[in-house]
Design a protein. Sequence first.
Length: 144
Amino acid sequence: MICSKYPAVATVPVTNLNEAKQFYGEKLGLNVCERSPDRGELLYEAGQGSHILVYERPTPPKSDATAVGFLVDDLESTMEELKKQGIRFEEYDLPHVKTHEGVAENSGEKTAWFKDPDGNIIAITESDMASRVMSGQCSAVETG
Protein backbone atom coordinates (compact mmCIF):
# COMPACT_ATOMS: atom_id res chain seq x y z
CA MET A 1 0.00 0.00 0.00
CA ILE A 2 2.98 2.33 0.41
CA CYS A 3 3.33 3.13 -3.31
CA SER A 4 -0.25 2.49 -4.44
CA LYS A 5 -1.26 6.14 -4.10
CA TYR A 6 1.58 7.48 -6.24
CA PRO A 7 1.80 7.72 -10.04
CA ALA A 8 4.37 5.58 -11.83
CA VAL A 9 6.75 6.85 -14.50
CA ALA A 10 8.59 4.72 -17.05
CA THR A 11 12.29 5.69 -17.05
CA VAL A 12 14.22 5.25 -20.30
CA PRO A 13 17.99 5.74 -20.75
CA VAL A 14 19.28 7.25 -24.01
CA THR A 15 22.69 8.29 -25.30
CA ASN A 16 21.58 11.34 -27.28
CA LEU A 17 18.86 13.57 -25.87
CA ASN A 18 18.36 15.39 -29.20
CA GLU A 19 17.72 12.11 -31.06
CA ALA A 20 15.41 11.01 -28.26
CA LYS A 21 13.50 14.29 -28.48
CA GLN A 22 12.98 13.76 -32.21
CA PHE A 23 11.90 10.14 -31.70
CA TYR A 24 9.61 10.50 -28.68
CA GLY A 25 8.30 13.93 -29.64
CA GLU A 26 8.04 13.88 -33.42
CA LYS A 27 7.69 10.20 -34.28
CA LEU A 28 5.58 9.10 -31.29
CA GLY A 29 3.79 12.42 -30.88
CA LEU A 30 4.45 12.82 -27.16
CA ASN A 31 4.64 16.27 -25.60
CA VAL A 32 7.42 17.39 -23.27
CA CYS A 33 5.92 18.55 -20.00
CA GLU A 34 9.20 19.24 -18.22
CA ARG A 35 12.80 19.81 -19.28
CA SER A 36 15.82 19.44 -17.02
CA PRO A 37 18.77 20.21 -19.32
CA ASP A 38 21.21 20.42 -16.40
CA ARG A 39 20.34 16.81 -15.54
CA GLY A 40 19.94 15.66 -19.16
CA GLU A 41 16.26 14.77 -18.74
CA LEU A 42 13.01 15.18 -20.64
CA LEU A 43 9.68 14.24 -19.09
CA TYR A 44 7.02 13.31 -21.64
CA GLU A 45 3.30 13.17 -21.00
CA ALA A 46 1.55 10.10 -22.38
CA GLY A 47 -2.11 9.15 -22.13
CA GLN A 48 -4.27 9.26 -19.02
CA GLY A 49 -1.73 11.02 -16.84
CA SER A 50 1.11 8.60 -17.46
CA HIS A 51 4.64 9.82 -18.13
CA ILE A 52 7.94 8.72 -19.62
CA LEU A 53 11.19 10.13 -18.25
CA VAL A 54 13.99 10.05 -20.82
CA TYR A 55 17.46 10.66 -19.44
CA GLU A 56 20.85 10.89 -21.12
CA ARG A 57 23.79 8.69 -20.17
CA PRO A 58 27.07 7.93 -21.94
CA THR A 59 26.50 4.22 -22.64
CA PRO A 60 23.55 2.60 -24.43
CA PRO A 61 21.07 0.48 -22.47
CA LYS A 62 21.58 -3.29 -22.48
CA SER A 63 18.10 -4.59 -21.71
CA ASP A 64 16.22 -6.97 -23.98
CA ALA A 65 12.99 -6.42 -22.03
CA THR A 66 10.20 -4.02 -22.96
CA ALA A 67 10.99 -0.58 -21.51
CA VAL A 68 7.65 1.12 -22.22
CA GLY A 69 4.26 -0.26 -23.18
CA PHE A 70 1.40 1.73 -24.66
CA LEU A 71 -2.14 0.40 -24.35
CA VAL A 72 -4.04 1.13 -27.58
CA ASP A 73 -7.62 0.67 -28.72
CA ASP A 74 -6.77 -0.29 -32.33
CA LEU A 75 -3.41 -1.96 -32.90
CA GLU A 76 -3.55 -2.01 -36.70
CA SER A 77 -4.35 1.69 -37.11
CA THR A 78 -1.76 2.63 -34.49
CA MET A 79 0.84 0.57 -36.36
CA GLU A 80 -0.07 2.27 -39.63
CA GLU A 81 0.31 5.73 -38.08
CA LEU A 82 3.68 4.77 -36.59
CA LYS A 83 4.86 3.29 -39.90
CA LYS A 84 4.10 6.65 -41.53
CA GLN A 85 6.55 8.13 -39.02
CA GLY A 86 9.25 5.67 -40.09
CA ILE A 87 8.81 3.18 -37.26
CA ARG A 88 9.84 -0.38 -38.13
CA PHE A 89 8.26 -3.21 -36.16
CA GLU A 90 10.27 -6.11 -34.79
CA GLU A 91 9.78 -9.77 -35.64
CA TYR A 92 10.19 -12.35 -32.89
CA ASP A 93 10.32 -16.14 -32.93
CA LEU A 94 10.64 -17.08 -29.26
CA PRO A 95 9.13 -19.97 -27.31
CA HIS A 96 6.21 -17.85 -26.04
CA VAL A 97 6.18 -14.98 -28.54
CA LYS A 98 5.94 -15.36 -32.29
CA THR A 99 5.08 -12.44 -34.52
CA HIS A 100 3.57 -12.39 -37.97
CA GLU A 101 3.96 -9.09 -39.85
CA GLY A 102 5.08 -7.53 -36.57
CA VAL A 103 2.11 -8.71 -34.46
CA ALA A 104 1.98 -11.38 -31.76
CA GLU A 105 -1.47 -12.68 -30.83
CA ASN A 106 -2.22 -14.59 -27.65
CA SER A 107 -5.63 -15.21 -26.05
CA GLY A 108 -7.22 -12.20 -27.71
CA GLU A 109 -4.31 -9.88 -26.96
CA LYS A 110 -2.35 -8.35 -29.84
CA THR A 111 1.08 -6.76 -29.33
CA ALA A 112 3.70 -5.24 -31.60
CA TRP A 113 7.19 -4.04 -30.65
CA PHE A 114 9.60 -1.45 -32.02
CA LYS A 115 12.80 0.20 -30.81
CA ASP A 116 13.92 3.73 -30.13
CA PRO A 117 17.28 4.95 -31.55
CA ASP A 118 19.13 3.43 -28.55
CA GLY A 119 17.47 0.03 -28.87
CA ASN A 120 14.99 0.45 -26.01
CA ILE A 121 12.05 -1.82 -26.75
CA ILE A 122 8.61 -0.22 -26.89
CA ALA A 123 5.36 -2.17 -27.13
CA ILE A 124 1.87 -1.31 -28.26
CA THR A 125 -0.88 -3.64 -27.04
CA GLU A 126 -4.57 -4.04 -27.79
CA SER A 127 -6.43 -6.27 -25.32
CA ASP A 128 -9.36 -6.51 -22.95
CA MET A 129 -7.04 -5.37 -20.16
CA ALA A 130 -6.00 -2.34 -22.22
CA SER A 131 -9.67 -1.48 -22.76
CA ARG A 132 -10.39 -1.71 -19.03
CA VAL A 133 -7.41 0.48 -18.16
CA MET A 134 -8.30 3.11 -20.79
CA SER A 135 -11.93 3.24 -19.61
CA GLY A 136 -10.98 3.55 -15.93
CA GLN A 137 -12.42 0.14 -15.07
CA CYS A 138 -9.18 -1.39 -13.80
CA SER A 139 -8.94 -1.44 -10.02
CA ALA A 140 -6.86 -3.42 -7.57
CA VAL A 141 -8.31 -6.75 -6.50
CA GLU A 142 -5.42 -7.91 -4.30
CA THR A 143 -1.99 -6.92 -3.08
CA GLY A 144 1.24 -8.48 -4.19
